[in-house]
Design a protein around this ligand. Structure first.
Ligand SMILES: Cc1cc2nc3c(=O)[nH]c(=O)nc-3n(C[C@H](O)[C@H](O)[C@H](O)COP(=O)(O)OP(=O)(O)OC[C@H]3O[C@@H](n4cnc5c(N)ncnc54)[C@H](O)[C@@H]3O)c2cc1C
Length: 64
């Protein structure tokens, strides 16, 4: 097997539990939103989709 040391990174084992801890921490910080390639898919399309979703979430939060 050849390891491409400069290849695109992948999630490590335990990534989901780390995300869960981050999301639990965010509950006490209303108004802070995190979206990135570590929050549910590294592909550019995933990042754009999540960006759109969080923009809608923030907009709705401001107008309720
Ligand atoms: C080599 C490579 C090839 C890839 N190829 C593909 C592909 O073919 N198809 C695909 O779908 N995906 C591909 N990806 C994955 C995809 O491009 C990334 O997962 C996606 O762009 C990540 O988006 P992001 O917004 O999380 O982070 P980024 O796009 O890295 O954006 C982070 C932004 O935050 C800014 N920033 C960083 N630190 C700070 C700071 N302290 N203050 C202010 N701004 C800051 C940076 O300047 C940057 O603009 C590839 C990734 C890499 C590295």
């Amino acid at each position: 097997m050849h390891l491409w040391s400069r290849a695109i990174h992948q999630y490590n084992l335990g990534h989901n539990s780390k995300l869960e801890r981050i999301n639990n921490g965010l509950k006490s910080l209303p108004g802070l939103y995190l979206r990135s390639n570590y929050t549910g898919g590294i592909a550019l399309g995933d990042c754009v989709r999540r960006g759109t979703e969080v923009a809608t979430e923030i907009y709705q939060g401001l107008h309720t």
